[in-house]
Write a protein that binds this ligand. Structure first.
Ligand code: HEC
Length: 151
């Protein structure tokens, strides 16, 4: 009997990633991820590109909106995975786990804008290489390329 009484309450507590996004993130990022030009960057077809840049996975966790949210590490992992799939469909990526998020969350970013600019710069340089059928094969091509001509 006790179990029956407790289970629905526990299930109700575990909000879906979409609900967590609505509660904690969409006030700034908006329901469609579009943000506000000049203050909140658009996530639409933009968020996935960070995953390719060195340090980019950590960045998505360490921006203040993620880092300072009341979400626990598992919730933040699920919201980020949901956001990437929702706002940048077609991106193939390794989903975040609570463990990975916890590691990045150890330390906040001190210069968010500076790091963001660096990442975008690194991404822009990568995007100059011809687009391949998928990011993964592009990465593999780049790896072979740098084997031949070390920078
Ligand atoms: C108070 C407004 C605000 C809220 C609330 C907010 N964010 Fe953000 N978010 C921003 C701003 C502004 C940026 C740009 C980087 C920066 O200056 O922090 C950003 C950047 C991001 C980025 C990196 C994308 C990029 O292009 O820089 C991610 C990922 C992100 N936020 C996730 C979240 C998540 C997850 C939540 C909810 C748990 C959330 N944000 C809540 C304002 C917000």
């Amino acid at each position: 009997m006790l179990v029956q009484a407790v289970l629905p309450a526990a299930a109700a507590r575990a909000e879906s990633p979409q609900v967590l996004y609505m509660l904690h993130c969409q006030g700034c990022h908006l329901p469609d991820g579009g943000g506000s030009p000049g203050s909140v960057p658009s996530l639409t077809r933009e968020i996935g590109r960070f995953l390719d840049a060195p340090g980019g996975r950590a960045f998505l966790v360490r921006v203040p909106g993620s880092f300072d949210s009341p979400l626990d590490d598992a919730e933040l992992a699920s919201v980020l995975n949901w956001m990437i799939g929702r706002f940048d469909p077609g991106v193939t990526f390794v989903p975040y786990t609570a463990h990975e998020v916890a590691g990045y969350r150890g330390e906040p970013l001190t210069d968010v804008e500076g790091l963001r600019a660096e990442l975008l710069d690194a991404i822009a340089r990568r995007e100059l290489s011809p687009p391949g059928p998928s990011r993964a094969s592009r990465e593999a091509d780049e790896a072979r390329e740098s084997d031949r001509s070390p920078r």
